[in-house]
Design a protein around this ligand. Structure first.
Ligand code: MN
Length: 338
């Protein structure tokens, strides 16, 4: 089978290797159908990921069909269309014991710490698979994973319909967050520096948009919320974003971080204390694939339309080069397998 290996940063190679075999009775062999390229994959390729190890088969937005099942596998059957959960956890540590395997102390993420789905076949335990909704194309179904990340951030923020939610950044992550946050019934305000993205945010149904380059962000937020947003979610992740959110978020509010930014962000502790801010990280997702799939099936969220380009898996190297070219029409690439 074909497998895209990141030997080391900046070194992608399409190799011919033997397909993996089922090793455990509850394992399932999945024939890949589509895999998304995420910003974090681009970081791994560039050597800019603080967590990835090499050599690595990337790919954590991975969908396919069940090709073979282990002797004791009962949760799926051959032919089922599935998405593979990206998380593997130890089950023994404190976060695992309290039901938060997404931040397991021995966390191994498919495509990051262990091999993922940029290959024609992979194995996974049956409980890592979620059956895809009917009528959702494989290349669109890769977006269930990014959507699950947005659901997690909203869950961490404990958004209710009385909240006023500010989302910093209307790129790919920001848009998934908008879709997830709108489900709560809260008022949503989004800022970005690109008008086009703000237009797209409006089309999704946000209540207010702010171009932070042209308008005074703090003044506008005051106008729209009076006391400041009760929830702020950082979908931009630059050195100044956390201090900014600590500044503009309402007393008793929640600030959600999502970036893997390595440089320090200078936040005045005084602001956190004086406002009793909750600053909470949100990583990956905890049991959110089911919620995303249920919301899609109920017609509450749209998953289609986010993928801008589809490349055959055989041309995966060219797909990464296209992203590196900085082409602004590239919003999301899905790799399609035969
Ligand atoms: Mn992703």
């Amino acid at each position: 089978m074909k497998q895209l290996l990141t030997e080391k940063p900046q070194a992608l190679k399409m190799l011919d290797v033997d397909p993996p075999k089922i090793e455990w009775p509850h394992d399932v062999l999945v024939k890949m159908k589509a895999a998304g390229i995420c910003g974090s994959d681009v970081h791994i390729y560039h050597g800019a990921s603080p967590v990835a190890t090499y050599p690595r088969v990337m790919g954590h937005e991975i969908v396919g069909v069940v090709a073979e099942i282990g002797k004791e596998a009962r949760m799926v059957k051959v032919g089922d269309p599935v998405i593979v959960d990206q998380i593997t956890a130890c089950g023994e540590c404190y976060p695992c014991k309290i039901g938060r395997p997404n931040i397991c102390c021995n966390l191994k993420v498919r495509g990051v710490h262990i091999d993922g789905g940029y290959r024609e076949y992979m194995t996974a335990p049956e409980d890592a698979l979620h059956i895809l909704p009917e009528k959702l194309a494989f290349t669109d179904a890769v977006m269930i994973e990014p959507m699950s990340i947005a659901f997690q951030a909203c869950a961490r923020a404990e958004i209710t319909q009385n909240d006023r939610v500010f989302i910093l950044g209307a790129g790919a992550l920001g848009k998934s967050l908008i879709k997830a946050a709108l489900l709560t019934g809260a008022e949503i305000i989004v800022s970005d520096v690109v008008d086009q993205r703000l237009e797209e945010a409006k089309e999704l149904g946000v209540h207010h948009t702010i171009n932070a380059k042209k308008e005074n962000l703090a003044a506008k937020l005051k106008e729209y919320t009076l006391w400041g947003p009760t929830v702020s979610i950082d979908a931009a992740g630059f050195t100044g974003s956390l201090p900014l959110l600590a500044d503009i978020t309402c007393n008793a509010g929640r600030v959600i971080t999502m970036a893997f930014l390595d440089e320090p962000s200078p936040v005045q502790q005084f602001k956190i204390t004086a406002k009793e801010l909750d600053i909470r990280g949100s990583r990956l997702q905890n049991n959110k694939f089911k919620e995303v799939i249920a919301a899609y099936k109920a017609g509450k969220i749209k998953i289609e339309g986010a993928v801008s380009h589809i490349y055959p898996f055989a041309d995966a190297v060219a797909a990464f080069e296209r992203i590196d070219s900085g082409d602004p029409t590239v919003k999301k690439i899905a790799l399609a397998f035969e």
